[in-house]
Ligand binder design. Structure first.
Ligand code: IPE
Ligand code: IPE
Ligand code: MG
Ligand code: MG
Ligand code: MG
Length: 300
């Protein structure tokens, strides 16, 4: 199966377009108009939609059509966009730009930055949990299982806990183990989620779940390592968000611990180990591998 660079860029563009089209139709209507506008602003037409693409790519190995997965893919991107709206708030990273435009609170005000974030999370959960077709296709047992996984990836031992550590460790001495702990919680568990949930929906056996779970976490660590590397190496115009912020805020990053070059080496070692893990499985995951490679090779 051909999964070269050109192919994978087409695949990602196509995934992003599908998710956007789906959200156009399915974002909540009713309630305050300004809130509806903020939700659209936060999730449609921006961002790489890498997490949705990881879901589609994993499910391709189980012959699951993207069509059937859209409620979950849309939910994942809404929930990711919630995390960004809050991450950018003045009380957190205080970032004015996101995806090449003013961040949510810069465009809509600080209170809406908080509330639109809340709504993206809640309506995101609702998007797949209240979709009758999705429930019918996959059944209650699998859907409860992936919901439990999702909540764990987001909660105290997941993204929210990780974001607390991210703030607590600002301007502190930090070790490689501590950086890994922060990366795992704030980013990696939610990168693992689309992969693992896709495998569960596809009917993966125990061995596949175990290995894909480990792969997902390692890829998640690579994802945040790459984000931190790009913060140092790229311009704001390329990133669509403010470059050089981690250094300015003295964030706990791998680069702070190891320097840029060793951080890059670390990311590639971690990536190679993740790829080796996948090769232990009989089922091939060419598309997932191609998306994973793009995550470590991307320039924004
Ligand atoms: C940025 O995620 C936040 C991190 C977890 C590092 P992405 O790089 O996926 O952001 P978008 O969705 O493409 O804007
Ligand atoms: C964000 O990490 C992690 C989240 C859970 C949102 P960063 O703070 O490094 O993400 P960017 O660089 O602002 O996108
Ligand atoms: Mg942050
Ligand atoms: Mg940030
Ligand atoms: Mg960053």
């Amino acid at each position: 199966m051909g999964c070269d660079k050109v192919n994978i860029e087409d695949f990602l563009r196509d995934c992003a377009q599908r998710v956007d089209q789906f959200l156009e139709k399915r974002l909540p209507v009713g309630g305050p108009v300004r809130l509806q506008e903020a939700l659209r602003y936060g999730v449609i037409g921006g961002g790489k939609k890498l997490r949705a693409s990881l879901l589609f790519a994993t499910c391709e190995a189980y012959n699951l059509a993207q069509e059937k997965l859209l409620p979950l893919a849309g939910a994942i991107e809404m929930i990711h966009s919630f995390s960004l709206a809050h991450d950018d708030l003045p009380c957190m990273d205080n970032d004015d730009f996101r995806r090449g435009k003013p961040s949510m609170h810069r465009a809509f005000g600080e209170a809406m930055g908080v509330l639109a974030g809340d709504a993206l999370l809640i309506e995101g959960l609702s998007l797949f949990l209240t979709d009758a077709q999705f429930l019918h296709t996959f059944g209650a047992a699998k859907i409860i299982e992936i919901t439990q996984l999702l909540l764990a990836a987001l909660g105290v031992q997941g993204m929210v806990g990780g974001q607390v550590w991210d703030l607590e460790y600002e301007k502190k001495r930090v070790t490689e183990e501590e950086v890994r702990k922060i990366y795992l919680a704030k980013t990696a568990r939610f990168i693992q989620f689309p992969i693992l949930s896709g495998a569960i929906l596809g009917g993966a056996d125990q061995k596949e779940r175990e290995i894909l779970g480990k792969f997902g976490l390692q890829l998640g660590v690579c994802f945040q390592a790459k984000d931190d590397i790009l913060d140092v190496t790229e311009e704001s115009s390329t990133l669509g968000k403010t470059a050089g912020k981690d250094l300015e805020q003295d964030k706990a990053t791998l680069i702070k611990v190891k320097g840029l070059q060793r951080a890059q080496e670390f990311m590639w070692e971690e990536f190679d180990q993740a790829v080796t893990l996948l090769s232990e499985l009989e089922r091939p995951f060419p598309r997932l591998l191609a998306v994973a490679r793009l995550i470590v090779e991307r320039s924004h």
